[in-house]
Unconditional design. Structure first.
Length: 60
């Protein structure tokens, strides 16, 4: 099984976008009171997306 460059770029985009949103939660004033809940949701969504991506790579 080989992983293409497109697969690597997709994983990098997923990680980068998640990290950017994770950091922006604290910057937006209206979201600060809910920052912990939002971050937990982001982390959960990241783990689900990562698991799905890994399953996709293993199946194809």
């Amino acid at each position: 099984m080989s992983i293409s460059g497109d697969d690597i770029r997709a994983a990098q985009m997923l990680t980068g976008a998640t990290f950017a949103v994770f950091l922006m939660v604290n910057v937006v004033p209206g979201l600060r009171p809910y920052a912990v809940r939002i971050r937990l949701a982001i982390v959960a969504a990241y783990f689900v997306a990562t698991a799905g991506f890994m399953i996709y790579l293993l199946i194809r």
